[in-house]
Design a protein around this ligand. Structure first.
Ligand SMILES: [Zn+2]
Ligand SMILES: [Zn+2]
Ligand SMILES: [Zn+2]
Length: 1013
């Protein structure tokens, strides 16, 4: 009597136990894996991070990449205040995708993260924290408080970025407040300064009276705002007959329209377009000159009455004369309430869009106004101080005791309107809502105000690299064309911005930053321009940080005997600091030029970084300042390519914000769903557009997409292990080739279906790598899911179960059939092994944690998946099976028909499982017979039926080639594999199983048993 294979069965009562199918079931090779179904990413990812840190994975990557071609993604520094938000997560994950994919494609792709640490937002926060205490503190102490504040958030954000699985030189990032970086900023500034790009001048700049500082272009945002709207008449004081003889001897006025009455005390001119038609219209009390195109609008707004019919509004019938605006050039007017002559001028920026065509001009309060003032040599009148108060009216001929003296510009508005009314100059006053510039830091409306500032002149002459004459602006425009912009509209955007931008105002009246470290002569006010002295300052900053500027006296820094050009020897330090955009723009010098980890190979001529990648709002910000600093330092753009991503919005297209309740904290997502879920979300969106995020969407990603991916990996890994029936031990597939004692089957000896799936995997590899190269991560996401779902889950892994579970795991020498079956099973495992290996590597940049976990469970792998390169298509399929494509198309078409017929039989209750069906494929000639016979073995597997016979019939009998016969089987069922085949019960040792299963049992010396009754 044979012994039952397991002890429990042996202990059971005699004959029954011997014939029970349970021991038979134990000989099936069901998937074995310790790879957990439940990911538990929030708990497991931090453990993996710790292991990466302990083994210095990033250091290993760097060493492994040494000598490969370089790929430099230069990190745009986030601002070090506050925790990270989803925009940061998108930013850093995209960069990490790029760095990881370039690394695995065989590049040396270092990543040096950076932080932007100086600037107003931090200084304001520190101001708030210090309160009144700040007044008693010296600048060095304030800077120290700012430094601590920035460091705190740098550390916090660093921890959060690491948690996301972003690889980089985290222990030594760059930071704009490092002493060396501060020194490099100064060095960059001196380079501009010494080469004549920098000037100090009075200029109207956007000014925040709340923060008392000048604002850069990028620091101004436009918001709807209510302003007063006033029509004011200016009396002509020159001879009206010069304009037109019809006006001789008449009282003539022009009318200006403004929404900033507070600028009227600085009104020095009225501008008219030289080419535009103006009319003189007669009213009961006076003649008014306005643009013809705006006449009816002016009549409506100011209620001008007709001179001819005084009870009716003025009309064309009241026009006394029509003339071009150039007739008004050189005229003079009286200021409406000050004792001042106002010049009639011409300017081409005057439009007929709104207003009157006569533009009130205050050179201190408008860029165009300033230009007109310069052309007409008007005095630079500035009444408004840095807090926005109307001051010193007596100094510029305003007389003493103006009612608005000392008031802020906003409070001065109604007072000035009242004054206009009293003087009889006000024709109309109302309110006007329009888009108005606001400070992006404090969100208060800003004003335009002329102040003394440092500038970089956009039209400074310079040479192009070929030696031809150019200007700074033209060089910038030329360099833009050498850069690849993705998406392409970025090029036009930045081109327009560079073409039209004013000179770069680089000074700020604050403390937390890098000073414009220039010495000014106390006698003549001129700056010292001496390269040797500048070098001393750079060296000093390098040693002591920019704090040195606040601690050291000029005498301590300057060499003894330093003299100004005027002969004077007493200097003061300029205490303005540099615009923070200059600081981050200088990273191309402070980081790319000097940090060994970010330099291109020594042979690379222009040393540009391969990629800058930030939000689409940075064309005005960091992309621009980097471009300008790059040209200033090296006469070239610092980048070869610029990629931009869109805004993160909710499903209704609204920005994510705490007040709307749709805010998503990426840290909470990582703590509840996992870092890989954040990464998977980033991969799922096309970053070039605005991207959508919501908590329900992220949860769906985790519960549907990620779980599906993980389960597929789990099945693949399970198929690579089996239980040794003799020892009861689990053993792993040995990926070495069979010829070397392992279990991998050479491609040409594999089953056709395994060759087919490997060819598909090779194709997938090619497509995914191309998508990675093009930074089309959403395409990778879709390709991957499509492959996992359609090719693997729904097809290959499903049809494979019979072979994997029931075929012999060993063979006895001399038993050819057994060996053949054994090889067929190893063929499937070989395919699965190669696919799992390839998928782990292809997904590693996105599923950074999970792919590494999978890697750990693949037999024969050690170390981290991140230390490997991407697979090549040729690693998977010897030759892509293009030549089989037509045949496989035919097979799949046939499969669809078979599945439909099986469903039909099932619904008629003629069969239960599809294994109860018998199928005959009828072909009509020898050629077809041959090609189908090749797949005869594969067809039952493909159709999930017990048996498929291919046979030849006469042409006349067939309609579709091949014709199909699908019938319920008449054969007995094998107790082990459940197939219905003719050879069940032929072997007396194993009476209830088929011939194929006999091989599986014989191979492991399964004890013989008696037939059941
Ligand atoms: Zn502000
Ligand atoms: Zn001097
Ligand atoms: Zn069987």
């Amino acid at each position: 009597m044979p012994q039952a294979p397991d002890a429990k069965a042996a202990a059971a009562p005699a004959t029954k136990a011997m014939s029970e199918p349970k021991p038979l079931k134990s000989t099936l090779n069901l998937p074995q894996t310790a790879f957990p179904m439940k990911a538990n990413l929030p708990a497991n990812e931090p453990l993996r991070l710790k292991a990466w840190e302990e083994t210095d994975l990033y250091g290993q990557l760097r060493r492994a990449s040494a000598g490969r071609p370089r790929y430099i993604l230069h990190d745009g520094p986030p601002y070090a205040n506050g925790a990270i938000h989803l925009g940061h997560a998108l930013n850093k994950t995209l960069k990490d995708f790029v760095v990881k994919t370039r690394t695995m494609a065989g590049y040396d792709a270092p990543y040096v993260p950076g932080w932007d640490c100086h600037g107003l937002p931090i200084e304001i926060k520190v101001d708030e924290q210090l309160g009144r205490k700040k007044l008693e503190m010296d600048p060095v102490a304030v800077r120290k408080a700012c430094r601590e504040y920035a460091q705190k958030y740098l550390d916090l954000q660093r921890e959060q970025f690491i948690r996301m699985g972003v690889f980089g030189r985290w222990q030594k990032p760059y930071s704009t407040m490092d002493a060396e970086y501060e020194a490099r900023i100064a060095e960059t500034f001196f380079h501009f300064f010494e080469n004549g790009f920098v000037y100090k001048g009075l200029k109207p700049v956007s000014w925040c009276i709340h923060d008392r500082t000048a604002l850069a272009e990028a620091e101004v945002e436009y918001v709807q705002h209510k302003s007063p709207s006033v029509y004011v008449r200016y009396k002509l004081t020159s001879d009206p007959a010069v304009i037109d003889p019809a006006l001789a001897g008449k009282p003539v006025y022009t009318i200006i329209w403004t929404t900033t009455p507070w600028t009227l005390p600085a009104s020095l001119a009225v501008a008219f377009h030289p080419e535009m038609e103006y009319v003189a219209i007669n009213t009961p009390d006076a003649v008014y000159v306005v643009a013809q195109a705006l006449l009816s609008s002016v009549i409506v707004h100011t209620h001008l009455m007709s001179a001819k019919k005084p009870a009716e509004p003025a009309s064309d019938a009241d026009i006394l004369a029509v003339f071009k605006g150039d007739k008004l050039d050189g005229t003079t007017f009286a200021h409406p309430f000050l004792d001042r002559i106002v010049a009639g001028t011409n300017a081409t920026y005057v439009t007929a869009d709104q207003g009157t065509g006569a533009v009130h001009t205050a050179p201190a309060h408008g860029v165009d106004d300033f230009a007109t003032g310069k052309r007409y040599s008007l005095p630079e009148v500035q009444y408004v101080d840095d807090a926005g108060r109307q001051m010193h009216t007596e100094r510029f001929g305003g007389g003493v005791g103006q009612p608005y003296e000392g008031l802020s510009v906003w409070k001065a508005n109604p007072v000035i309107i009242q004054l206009l009314k009293e003087k009889g100059a006000l024709l109309a006053a109302s309110e006007f809502e329009h888009s108005y510039p606001h400070c992006w830091r404090c969100h208060n409306p800003v004003i335009v105000r002329a102040t003394e500032q440092w500038f970089i002149g956009m039209d400074t002459p310079m040479q192009a690299p070929d030696g031809s004459a150019s200007t700074f602006r033209d060089r910038a425009l030329a360099e833009i064309t050498r850069v690849k912009w993705d998406p392409a509209w970025g090029q036009e955007r930045i081109t327009n911005m560079v073409a039209t931008r004013p000179d770069w105002c680089i000074s700020r009246q604050r403390i937390w930053g890098v000073p414009i470290a220039v010495f000014l002569c106390r006698k003549c006010g001129e700056p010292l321009k001496d390269a040797a002295i500048n070098k001393r300052v750079v060296d000093l900053f390098m040693k002591e940080s920019a704090d040195a500027w606040y601690i050291r006296t000029p005498e301590e820094i300057l060499p003894a005997g330093t003299k100004c050009g005027c002969g004077h020897t007493d200097f003061r330090k300029e205490m303005d600091i540099l615009d923070v955009w200059f600081e981050s723009g200088a990273s191309s010098h402070a980081v790319l030029d000097v940090d060994a980890d970010t330099k291109q190979a020594a042979g690379d001529k222009d040393q540009r970084a391969d990629l800058y990648a930030e939000g689409g709002d940075q064309h005005r910000g960091w992309f621009m300042s980097s471009l300008l600093c790059g040209i200033g330092m090296h006469n070239r753009a610092p980048y070869k390519m610029v990629a931009t991503y869109g805004w993160t919005l909710d499903e209704q297209g609204r920005a994510l914000s705490k007040s709307l309740g749709n805010f998503i904290d990426p840290n909470l997502v990582m703590d509840s769903l996992g870092g890989d879920i954040v990464r998977l979300w980033v991969a799922s969106v096309d970053f070039r557009e605005d991207v959508v995020a919501s908590m329900p969407l992220l949860k769906r990603l985790a519960e549907e997409i990620y779980r599906k991916q993980r389960n597929t990996f789990r099945f693949l890994l399970g198929a690579l292990r089996e239980i040794d029936l003799k020892t009861g031990e689990e053993r792993a597939f040995d990926p070495r080739p069979i010829s070397e004692g392992g279990e991998s089957v050479p491609f040409e000896q594999m089953q056709p279906i395994d060759q087919y799936i490997l060819a598909r995997a090779a194709e997938l590899t090619k497509k995914i790598r191309a998508a990675y190269d093009a930074m089309e991560f959403h395409r990778v996401y879709h390709l991957l899911n499509e492959f996992l779902n359609s090719e693997l889950s729904a097809f290959y892994l499903d049809v494979l179960k019979d072979r994997l579970y029931t075929y012999p795991v060993k063979f006895k020498s001399g038993n050819e059939y057994q060996r053949e079956l054994y090889i067929a099973r190893r063929s499937a495992q070989t395919a699965i092994y190669k696919i799992t290996d390839a998928l782990a590597r292809l997904t590693a940049p996105i599923l950074t944690f999970t792919a590494d976990e999978v890697w750990q469970y693949i037999p024969g792998k050690s170390g981290s998946v991140h230390l490997t390169l991407f697979p090549e298509p040729a690693d998977l399929a010897l030759t892509p099976i293009v030549e089989h494509t037509a045949e496989w198309d035919g097979i799949f078409a046939l499969r669809d028909r078979v599945l439909a017929r099986l469903e039909e039989l099932r619904s008629k209750k003629q069969i239960g499982k599809s294994l109860e069906a018998a199928i005959t494929v009828l072909v009509d000639d020898d050629a077809h017979l041959q090609s189908w016979e090749k797949y005869e073995r594969a067809l039952p597997e493909l159709f999930n039926v017990s048996r498929v016979v291919v046979s030849k019939v006469n042409k006349a009998q067939t309609e579709i080639v091949p014709e199909l016969e699908v019938k319920p089987t008449v054969e007995n069922k094998c107790d082990r594999c459940w197939r219905h085949v003719p050879d069940v019960g032929q072997d007396t040792r194993y009476p209830s199983v088929c011939h194929r299963c006999v091989q599986a049992l014989d191979a492991v010396d399964f004890p013989p048993y008696a037939a059941t009754v």
